[in-house]
Design a protein around this ligand. Structure first.
Ligand code: GAL
Ligand code: ZN
Length: 571
């Protein structure tokens, strides 16, 4: 049936540990051998998953130290998934099972790729509060700071008299009377993400050695922030991610995710594509006819190399029974199956690399810092970024979403909606873009804190105020009816000093009336507002582009004609 539907790739085994090792050292590989052979005989290519997102229950009972510990000090319970700790006990067990898998299947011809683990960091799983992780955190800090005095200085622990007498006194952020120092929280996030990546690297190395020539990737849910997906994509040179449009705020959010994936490593796969209604959003709405097809086309038009659907057949058991598959629970084709069949014909031989003249800078470190201290309840870094992204897309630009430390000089326009932390690398790449004549637009809160999340001690944007001829004088969580022109300014507004060329001023009848909202000096622009509409006005002004009347990213049937048109145009 898979071959009939036109599928080429099948991912298997990503949660199957207890099915092939039901007790320590007792193996029942035969069923998996059979699956591999059946798929191979049918001419399908296999992506074999390592099973480390779900340790078997016998292992959790035998070695409870493989289980993570929550901020409340309690061990995570087995009975679900991702309940592990990244310290050596679980790494040893992971290495053991991955070595066995690689030994048995690593040279099988049909296995052309590996998926390491599954969605690391999902369910808020990257941070562990066990004693081993506590010790490792201290060692990590001691490797970053020469003395505890240096750490105290960088984190400003004298505030509220929390100066640490020694490295050993630094505790993972456990519940306290009120807020923690944001520097500690940011350090914990960095540490946890690096540790997750380090644990996965061990699996990559085993696979590379024992199953040479295969693609290796780790799928992520690109809405999770726990593990830096740029670092993950770098491990195997492919970014793969799970595309559930119903888990997103709308089609632009999905588009953003697709561009984040392709921008991370150049090559991107959708490892799991929503095949119909799902089970884990608040309402899990119906999926109308052709919607699955539209989603797949959307991914294809963003330059996704491979697209797999999750899942093949709806599950009769377990936690995801209401998650649709291409087949129903009873094994008969569901609507997704028919659409995939059609897609297989439509997409045969199709490949596109959209030509991208606009870069949008996105970093996990900024997302962490801004979510740790958002200045406004519920304000998500992702929403600030999405506002600028959506504006650029509505003006018809293809947008490359990239990390802020790479080469930026090849783009016409670089948009940095929330480039928060100051690092030498970032300043250097902005500098070289500006020298090359690329327009660089910084959004509110940009270059405002140092790498340890302390407020910059000089006027901001750091290192750029002279070049801009202006500086930020107020950073506000905006609750007044402030506008830029006629447009609402958005939840965050930075107010600029007079200087440079003032492109826009605040209005709306508050004390901010007439204050600079956007300032330009040569190719450098600082924009203080944050709403999508304000970004649209600004980018339209800077580029001369007008909003596209029938934008591609809409939820409607007509999109299919539009997409088809676009395809033949591109060809
Ligand atoms: C993904 C996960 C899958 C499945 C799916 C349900 O996040 O990788 O195992 O749970 O969501 O939509
Ligand atoms: Zn731990």
């Amino acid at each position: 049936m898979m071959v009939d539907a036109g599928l080429q790739y099948v991912r298997i085994g990503e949660f199957a540990w207890s099915s092939y090792e039901p007790g320590r050292g007792r193996f029942t590989w035969e069923w998996l051998d059979r699956v591999v052979d059946i798929l191979a005989d049918a001419g399908l290519e296999i992506i074999l998953g390592t099973p480390t997102a779900t340790p078997p229950t016998w292992l959790a009972i035998e070695r409870p130290e493989i289980l993570g510990v929550g901020p409340d000090g309690r061990r995570r319970a087995y009975g679900s998934r991702r309940h592990t700790c990244p310290a050596p006990p679980y790494r040893e067990e992971s290495a053991r099972i991955v070595e066995l898998l690689v030994e048995r299947y690593g040279s099988h011809q049909a296995i052309t790729a590996w998926q390491v683990d599954n969605e690391p960091g999902n369910h808020d799983s990257a941070r562990c509060w066990c004693d081993r992780c506590q010790e490792a955190f201290i060692a990590w800090l001691a490797s970053r700071f020469d003395t505890i005095g240096e750490l105290n200085e960088a984190w400003g622990t004298a505030f509220w008299s929390q100066t640490y007498p020694s490295f050993g006194a630094v505790r993972l952020p456990i519940p306290t009377m009120t807020a923690h120092n944001p520097a500690l929280l940011l350090a914990h996030r960095r540490f946890a993400s690096q540790r997750a990546v380090a644990a996965l690297t061990e699996q990559y190395d085993i696979i590379r050695h024992g199953s040479p020539g295969r693609d290796i990737t780790t799928n992520v849910y690109l809405g999770d922030l726990d593990v830096d997906a740029h670092a993950l994509a770098a491990l195997g040179g492919i970014s793969s991610f799970d595309n559930y449009p119903h888990g997103k705020s709308g089609p632009m959010d999905t588009a953003f995710t697709l561009d984040l994936a392709t921008g991370a490593a150049g090559r991107a796969w959708v490892m799991e594509q929503q095949p119909g209604p799902i089970n884990w959003t608040p309402t899990n709405p119906p999926v109308p006819p052709n919607q699955v097809r539209v989603w797949a086309w959307q991914a294809a038009l963003h330059g996704i190399e491979r697209l797999l659907f999750f899942r093949w057949r709806a599950a009769r058991h377990g936690q995801e029974q209401y998650h649709s598959g291409l087949l129903r629970h009873d094994g008969t084709p569901d609507r997704g199956f028919d659409e995939v069949h059609q897609l297989a014909t439509e997409l045969a031989g199709f490949s596109i690399r959209p030509d991208k003249s606009v870069a949008l800078l996105y970093s996990y470190e900024d997302a962490w810092a801004l979510e740790i201290d958002p200045h406004r309840a519920g304000l998500r870094h992702a929403d600030l970024v999405l506002a600028a992204y959506t504006a650029a897309r509505r003006l018809g630009f293809e947008v490359d979403v990239v990390a802020p430390n790479g080469r930026l000089s090849g783009y016409d326009l670089v948009v940095a909606p929330a480039l928060h932390l100051v690092t030498a690398e970032r300043i250097a790449s902005i500098d070289s873009a500006l020298r090359a004549g690329t327009t660089v637009v910084l959004g509110p809160r940009s270059l405002m804190k140092d790498a340890e999340d302390a407020w910059w001690p000089h006027p901001t944007p750091a290192h750029l105020t002279e070049r801009l001829g202006s500086r930020v004088v107020e950073s506000l969580s905006q609750t007044m009816d402030v506008t830029v022109g006629a447009t609402p300014a958005g939840p965050w507004t930075d107010v600029l000093s007079e200087g440079g060329e003032v492109l826009a001023r605040y209005g709306g009848g508050t004390y901010l009336d007439g204050a600079p909202a956007a300032v330009r000096n040569g190719p450098l622009v600082y924009f203080g507002a944050s709403s999508e509409a304000a970004w649209l006005d600004l980018l339209a002004h800077l580029t001369g582009a007008a909003p596209h009347p029938a934008h591609l990213e809409v939820f409607s049937e007509q999109i299919i004609d539009h997409a088809a048109l676009q395809v033949s145009d591109r060809r």
